[in-house]
Design a protein. Sequence first.
Length: 580
Amino acid sequence: MRLRMLLCCTLMCPLALVAGQGQTSASDIPHLRKQGTATQLIVDGKPFLALAAELSNTGATSVEYMKPIWPKIVEAKVNTVLAGVSWNQIEPQEGKFDFTVLDGIIRDARSHNLRLVLLWFATWKNGQSSNPPGWVKRDFERFPRAQIVGGTWPVFGGGEGQPRAPFTGSIELFSPFGDATRDADARAFGAMMRHIKAVDGQQHTVIMIQVENEIGIQGDTRDRSPAANKAFEGPVPKELMDYLQQHKEALIPVLHKVWEAAGFKTSGTWEEVFGKGRPAEEIFMAWYFARYVERVVEAGKTEYPIPMFTNCPQSGFGTAPAPVRGGQSGGPMPDAMDVWRAGAPRIDIFGVDVYGFDFVRMCAGFTQSGNPLWIPETVGGLEGAARVLYGFGRHDAIGFSPMAGGIDRRLAPDYDLTAGYDLIAQLAPLIVQHQGTGTMSAVLLEPKDPPQKIQLGNYTLTVAFVRPRADRRGDPPPEPPTLAGAIFISTGPDEYFAAGFGVSVAFSPNTPGPPLAGLDTVEEGSFVNGRWVPGRQLAGDDTIEGDCLELKWPRKGEAPSLQSRMSREGIQRFTLYRYR
Ligand code: DGJ
C-alpha cells in the first residue's frame, strides 16, 4: 500500500521533482503565531494577510477551465484563492490516488504568484454528502448513512412554498458514527497532505486547509440511526465533561447557560446533563462530528501540519425542530465552539461564512474565546470593501474571502472590492505591526447607525455615517450605499492613519490635559512598496473647515478610475493637537 502510494506520488507529479526534498521544520511551513491578542498566519516567515476569493465549488476540478481565470484573479488584487478539492476527484477508486488536477492547480496558482487555501470536500458539505467517491456512496452497509425520524427530506424538495414532506429513514448524509467512513476519509486526506508536502513543502503555495464544508445535519436535529440512538442514550463522554469542568468559567455563555439550566451535572446522559430538546441534541451532534473531524485532521497533520479550519454559517444553536439548509444542527458554530474544541483540538480556526447583514454580530460571535477571525465566505462589492476594512481593523482578521457563487463565475470585475483590497494591501505592513496591540480599530456603519465612539491612543474618535451629497445644488441626494467602512491605526501619540469611505471623524482627547482637540496636518496619499507617498494636503472643504476628517464615498460608476482614485484618496495620514 505505502509503496504504491509513494510510486503514484512521485511518478505522477513532476511538481515533486522541483520541490526538493529538504527537511522542513514546523517554523518554515505556514503556521499560526500569537501577537498580543491577535493570531497571525505566518507564510515564508512573515505575517500574511489573506486577501482572498473562493472559486465555485467545482472551479478547481479542471485545469483548463481555470486557465483564463487566473489572470482575472490577479487583476482583482486577490493574493489567495480558496479552491475545492473533492474526495471523489483524488480517490476515484479505493486506494488509488490521482493528484494530476490538484498538481495543475497548485502549479498554475504558483505561476500567478497566488497562494491557495484548499477546501477538502469529502464526507460532508452543506449538511449533505455529495463529494465522497462512488465506491463509498454505493457501499451503504460499510459506510452508513445518518437517519432522521419525522424530519423533512429532501431539504431542497417541496418546491417554493410547498410544505416539505415528513420523512423517516436514511438521508444523503454519512453518519458521524460510521468509523469506516471516518477512516477512509482520514486515509484519503492523509494521502493528499503527504502529496502536498511532497510537491509544495518548500514553496508554500498552499497555506491553509479547510476540512469538510459547513458541517451539520439537516432535516432533523440529530442522527437517529441505531448507533446514534445508542450513543444518545449513553453517558456524555468523560473527555467532554472534563473539558467543561476545566473551562467552566471561560465557556461560551450560551453553552454555560444550557449546562447550568440542567444543574451543571458532571456526568449523566446527554439529556440529563444538557436538558431535553435541541441544544442537547445539537451538542451531541457537535461532539460526534468533532470527534470524526479530529481523526481526519490528525491524519492530515501527521503528514503536513499546516493550519486547518472549519467553516460555518450559523451563529448559534438553532430552534427549528427540523433544521433546513444553512441552519444545520451540530456544526462548528460559536455556541458549540467549546464542544468542538474538546472534540477536535487539532482544529486551529473556526471560520465564519457570512453573507447576510449581520456581519458585525457574526464577527463578534466567532471571535469569542480567542478564536481568530477568518472569513472563507462572504460578499464582495462595496459592502465587501467596507467589511474587509472592519474585519482586519476591528478583529485582527487572518483573511477575508468573498464567494457568492464563486469568483470564477463573476461576469464583470468587482472594482469596489478590488479598491478595498488595494487599501488593505497598501496598509498591510502597518496592520500586521499593530494587530493585537490595541492601537488599531475600525467601524462598519449603516445609514441608520448612530455615530460610533472609538478609544484609540490618546483620543476618542467619533465616527459617523456620511450621507452622499448631491452633485448639484437642488438635486435630490443619491440613495446612500448600505455600508460605510473605515480602519484607523494610531501610529504615534498624536498621529494616525485612516482609510475607507463614507464616514466623518471628530476627535476629543481621552487623557488629562487641554480638553479640546483639533486637526493639525491632514494629508492624503498612498503607500508605494510600504513607503508613504503624500498627495494633497487637506484642509478647508476637505476637513469640513477643520471640524473633522472625512473619508469620502467613491463616486459610483467610475469603475476603473475608482481603483486609482481610492488608492489615491482612500488613505489619510493626520496629526492632532490639543487646546483649551
Ligand atoms: C455555502 C457553501 O459553503 C458553499 O460551498 C456554497 O455551497 C455556497 N453556500 C452557496 O453557493
